[in-house]
Unconditional design. Structure first.
Length: 345
């Protein structure tokens, strides 16, 4: 690893530390930096600040930290799996699949109350499992289509159509749901990292952590797959097994994060391209950790921009991620020499 790459990793890590601190300080109630660090070290002098930090700001910042890394990594895996620079969990309908899973779990309860069990941790695990199953179902469907249609545009069209199909299912469920359930789902669909509690984090962080750890074990296989299936087979890679592994890891990460934060658009598409441009490499041994760190930094910054000190409103985080991600997609399309170009590097 050369000096430039090492320096970039250091700067991004430093940026994460700074953004993490500002995200805790920033909000309707401004918290002094001294109180933030005192609270994190268990030495808070002001009980009000300590309560706000421990019960609201810290869970929110941790959610942004892990969700950013997870969503960005899932996007990188999708781009390697489909050898498609525009692949993303939102564009390919994977977020929609997770949304359908959550919608069925939450809204079906109002139609068939006897279907679900008691509240509490069972519901939390039910949300995770339903979101993971929904995202996995869509991802498997897209994988089957991609294995038969080797045209990038066709795969993207199928992904968009899956998104419309998911939306229609959700609309039917919404029609039969009560107002309270509708409002809950609508707020969830806006995307937010501020609604997670410590109890939810105790479920989300281990699952996402396992997914990220498994992703760090895949750089060799992803490097081979990115160069084409024939090359991957020639170097002894079991392409079918790698595809299944990437499908499972991506579904695990996407489903779990989406369950608690709602669908967060464009982050998975934009961050891998940023990492390639910043680090100047297509080697997944560097790209995977670079994408994780960059995703964490970007989502922390987006969460900071959603709220202003002294203001009573908080913008949907999708509004900020789309403002950043959409121009990146436009640049990728404009810089592509042809529709079949895989990476701009």
């Amino acid at each position: 690893m050369n000096l430039r790459i090492t320096l970039l990793f250091f700067l991004i890590s430093l940026g994460i530390l700074l953004a993490f601190s500002i995200d805790i300080m920033w909000g309707k109630i401004s918290v002094p930096a001294s109180e933030v660090w005192a609270s994190l070290l268990g030495r808070a002098e002001d009980d009000t600040f300590g309560y706000v930090i421990q019960n609201f700001r810290l869970p929110k910042a941790l959610t942004a930290l892990f969700a950013g890394a997870g969503i960005a990594t899932a996007g990188l895996q999708m781009q390697s799996l489909f050898r498609n620079p525009l692949a993303d969990t939102s564009i390919l309908g994977i977020n929609s699949g997770a949304g359908v899973g959550v919608a069925i779990y939450t809204m079906a309860f109002t139609i068939f109350p006897s279907m679900l069990g008691s509240a509490g941790v069972i519901n939390n695990w039910g949300v995770i499992i339903s979101a993971c199953l929904g995202s996995m179902a869509v991802l498997l469907m897209i994988s089957i289509v991609a294995s038969r249609l080797h045209d990038i545009v066709s795969v993207l069209i199928v992904g968009v159509m899956v998104g419309f199909l998911a939306s229609s299912i959700i609309s039917i469920l919404q029609f039969f749901s009560d107002e309270e359930t509708l409002k809950t789902y609508l707020l969830w669909s806006f995307g937010s990292v501020s609604g997670t509690t410590w109890r939810q984090l105790s479920l989300m962080l281990p699952v996402v952590g396992v997914g990220l750890f498994l992703s760090l074990l895949m750089p060799k296989q992803m490097n081979a797959l990115a160069l084409g299936e024939n090359y991957a087979r020639s170097v002894g890679t079991n392409v079918r097994l790698v595809r299944i592994a990437l499908v499972c890891i991506t579904s695990l990460i996407t489903g779990c994060i989406t369950a608690f934060t709602g669908p967060i658009a464009f982050l998975g598409m934009a961050v891998p391209h940023f990492a390639r441009m910043a680090f100047g490499t297509a080697d997944h041994r560097i790209l995977i950790p670079a994408t994780m760190l960059s995703g964490s930094l970007l989502l922390l910054l987006c969460d900071i921009f959603t709220q202003m000190p002294g203001q009573q409103f908080v913008l949907p985080i999708n509004a900020i991620t789309s403002l950043i991600g959409a121009p990146v997609v436009i640049l990728v399309v404009m810089n592509s020499r042809s529709k079949r170009q895989i990476f701009g590097s």
